[in-house]
Design a binder for this molecule. Structure first.
Ligand code: ADP
Ligand code: MG
Length: 228
């Protein structure tokens, strides 16, 4: 069964922060449209607002004005409790630092996002084991994060982000802490699996090498998102 197509629309999205020196306008009427199977890389100088944009799209921050819609719905309008569930179901987020729970095994970490949804443990576990096999970690299911290399931890984070087959896969500098070879492996997996699952992938990166592998490349400059 194929998942229904999804579409993401970011419209006139602006974000300002109040600082001691006045208002800091970080995002200015950002526009972005992506659909299932699309993969976009976002580059831009440090401090240009890349993380802020990704966090707003991922419901981890709120816009000052403008809209984010996924399949015509406006998740920012939901209550906090509804948003938590919405995130678990629709959004996978990968951070620069894996953010795995140290006391949980690899398998348990990947299963975390399924706990918020009413699913049988068995089905979720089958999916988790398959995803971990896909990224080459079949031998690591019962290890803890401290027993893994940086690249292995980030591959676990990729699986955790994908476990609920989210419409949106958001990655903030996912290879920023990895050596070149490992970064390439993680980048490849991210692109391949997002495509297989027909997710909408948005990846913020400093790496021109990684960005070059994305079909769509965008740059955040002076608060505006432009094709690069
Ligand atoms: P990038 O990810 O492109 O490096 P960020 O989105 O992290 O940039 O930050 C953009 C700008 O917004 C930076 O100048 C940062 O200091 C500022 N900023 C981010 N979050 C906050 C906040 N909560 N309060 C005030 N300023 C912030
Ligand atoms: Mg950032």
């Amino acid at each position: 069964m194929t998942d229904p197509a999804h579409d993401l629309n970011v419209t006139k999205l602006s974000k300002s922060f109040a600082t001691a020196g006045g208002t800091l306008e970080i995002l200015r009427e950002v526009e972005l449209s992506l659909k299932s199977g699309d993969a976009a890389a976002i580059t831009g100088p440090s401090g240009s607002g890349k993380s802020t944009l990704l966090y707003i799209i991922g419901l981890l921050d709120v816009p000052t004005s403008g809209d984010v819609t996924l399949d015509g719905e406006r998740p920012h309008q939901l209550s906090a409790a509804q948003q938590a569930r919405y995130r678990s179901r629709n959004i996978g987020f990968i951070f620069q630092d894996h953010h795995l729970l140290p006391q949980c095994t690899v398998l348990e970490n990947v299963l975390l996002p399924t706990l918020a949804l009413a699913q049988t443990n068995r089905e979720a576990e089958v999916r988790a084991v398959e995803l971990l096999r896909r990224v080459g970690l079949s031998e690591r299911l019962h290890h803890r994060p401290a027993q893994l290399s940086g690249g292995e931890r980030q591959r676990v984070a990729v699986c955790r982000a994908l476990i609920n087959q989210p419409a949106l896969l958001l990655a903030d500098e996912p290879t920023g802490n990895l050596d070149r070879q490992t970064a390439e492996t993680v980048g490849t997996l991210l692109l391949e699996i997002a495509k297989e699952q027909q997710a909408i992938l948005i990846c913020v990166t400093h790496s021109q090498e990684l960005a070059a592998r994305f079909p769509r490349r965008l740059e955040l400059l002076d608060g505006r998102l432009v094709e690069s």
